[in-house]
Write a protein that binds this ligand. Structure first.
Ligand code: SAH
Length: 192
C-alpha cells in the first residue's frame, strides 16, 4: 500500500479538518462552476464544502483509507458527494466530463513524467472552457521536507499547449505543519 494510504492511518499535516481558505475564497468569488471533480481529494473537506454549496461533486483519491474517511464524513454531515478510489493519471476511465476540477496538493506530488500524463488525463475529463484550479507548493518555500517546490515557469511549460493560464497568484497552504503555512501558488487554468 502507498505511503499516502499509510499517512491516513493518522492525521497527516495537510488534513486540517476544514476546507482550504483558498477554496472557500474561490467559491465565494464565483470561480467554481457546475459539476466539480476534486483530484487527490484526501479525506474530502474541499469536496464536502463544495457539496454544501450545492455543487455536484466527485472526489477521487488513490488512498483507500482517505476515501473511506471521506465517505464517513459525508454520511455524518448528511452531504451528498461521490468519493472513489481512483488514479488521477487515468481520469478518462471515470467516463464523464466536469465543468471544474480542483486540486489542493496533488500536482506537486508528481514526477516530471507523471505531470505529462496527468495533463492528458485532466484534459480527458474537463470540458472545453472548463477551469482547473490548483494549489501547489511554490519555489518561494525554502527547500526542506514536504513535496516538490514548483516554479511558475514549470507550470507554464506543463500547460503550454491546449490550455490558457488565467493567473498564478501567491498564497500559502493552511496546514498543521507545526503552525507553518507553506508558500504556495494558486493557479487558474482553462482548457481551450
Ligand atoms: N486534497 C487533499 C489531499 C492533499 S495530499 C487535501 O487538501 O487535504 C495529496 C493527495 O493526493 C493524497 O491524498 C494522495 O493519496 C493523493 N494522490 C497521490 N497520487 C495520486 C494519484 N496518482 N491519483 C489519485 N490520488 C493521488
Amino acid at each position: 500500500m502507498s505511503w499516502f494510504n499509510y499517512a491516513y492511518e493518522g492525521t497527516p499535516p495537510w488534513d486540517i479538518g476544514r476546507p482550504q481558505g483558498e477554496i472557500v475564497r474561490l467559491t465565494e468569488a464565483g470561480e467554481i462552476k457546475g459539476v466539480v471533480l476534486d483530484v487527490g481529494c484526501g479525506t474530502g473537506e474541499n469536496s464536502l464544502f463544495l457539496a454544501s454549496k450545492g455543487h455536484e461533486v466527485w472526489g477521487i483519491d488513490a488512498a483507500p483509507l482517505a476515501i473511506e474517511k471521506a465517505n464517513e464524513k459525508a454520511r455524518q454531515r448528511a452531504l451528498k458527494a461521490t468519493f472513489l478510489v481512483h488514479d488521477a493519471l487515468d481520469l478518462a476511465s471515470l467516463g464523464r466530463e466536469f465543468d471544474t476540477v480542483i486540486d489542493s496538493g496533488l500536482f506537486h506530488t508528481f514526477s516530471d513524467e507523471e505531470r505529462e500524463i496527468f495533463v492528458k488525463s485532466l484534459g480527458s475529463v474537463l470540458r472545453h472552457g472548463g477551469t482547473y484550479h490548483m494549489l501547489c507548493f511554490s519555489d518561494k518555500e525554502p527547500a526542506g521536507g514536504g513535496p516538490r517546490r514548483i516554479s511558475q515557469a514549470e507550470i507554464r511549460s506543463t500547460f503550454r499547449r491546449g490550455w490558457r493560464i488565467n493567473y498564478i497568484k501567491e498564497t500559502s497552504f493552511e496546514a498543521g505543519f507545526g503552525g507553518h503555512a507553506p508558500r504556495a501558488w494558486r493557479v487558474s487554468i482553462t482548457r481551450e
